[in-house]
Design a protein around this ligand. Sequence first.
Ligand code: ZN
Length: 378
Amino acid sequence: MSRQNVEADRAEAARRVSRYHRQIILPELGLAGQRALSASRVLVVGAGALGSAAALYLAAAGVGTIGIADGDRVDLSNLHRQVLHGTGDIGRLKTASAKDRLAALNPEVDVVEHPAYLDSASVMDVMAAYDVVVDGSDSFAARYLVNDAAVMLGKPLVSAAILRFEGQLMVFRPGAGCYRCVFPEPPPAGTVPSCAEAGVLGAVAGVLGSAQAVEALKLLGRMGEPMVGRLGLYDAWTGRWQQVQVARDPACAVCGDHPTITAPIDYDSWCGVPAPQAASRAREVSVAEAQRLLDEGVRFLDVRPEAEYVRGHIPGAVCVGPDAAPATGDAAVVCVCLQGIRSAGVAARLESEGRSAVSLAGGLLAWARAGLPWEGRL
Ligand SMILES: [Zn+2]
């Protein structure tokens, strides 16, 4: 090697050290950790709100290869939260816009475009080439698709979701549970609004997407305590984070002891099942109102199956299952479930049967997010 080449190499090495200096001097990462990041490959599913923050920090940190999977194009209405893209990118494929932005931030990163929505036919091939998957998708179908493929391929998954002023975050390592263990089935179609319908504060995506990048970097750099076995619930309204313990479900359809789903299924059909029509709309109560009712001695009926109830519930709530009726006559009851969807259906049925019943809006997750008492794991 000529002297000129040696000097060029040294200058290049100095530039690299300088770029990452502030994180290399973290003894928990160091040069060895930085090399591990440079050699690693992360797939970011969705170049939207969560994926924007996650991909920017992963690229800035020097993750060697970042795959971006998204079939959408940039729209003006995306820009308040999808900070990967600029006004001049409107109309472009999000993967192309993301590649340009990430290359401008850090040309050392190899950005691989997957300019289509992942589906059952493509997900295994695309995901197989990566070490860690960051899920920034915004639909239940995509979330279950990505989860199932991650389990089948043995890939760690950093999962997050946002809506309005709220976010949730979980990390799944192979063998330590999956998204389905916590949420075995998607909510009936049409019962959970999307960000397009219910809105979202853009910066909430920055909090959750950045947290996803932190968790991915911890996995890749083998540092810290990854958020495995915990569901992080962020309430931007109060600025509070709460955590609920989650556990692998041995009966899980995909990661359980006897899985029934061993290859990607048709997620659009599976998630597209509408809710049965309730005779009337359930009356809902907020967490604060429900807490007041609990203090007054109003009975709480947990309408989930017993297997879900025993894992975790509100202290004092009675397990009645989805079909049961309250044992006592005319006393008012508060129906609860994990997300306030099944409980709304039961409360509406009870009301139609002449009982006085309300449903806890947002369910146990809203209860836990508010930091109220909680027993067990999900
Ligand atoms: Zn599972």
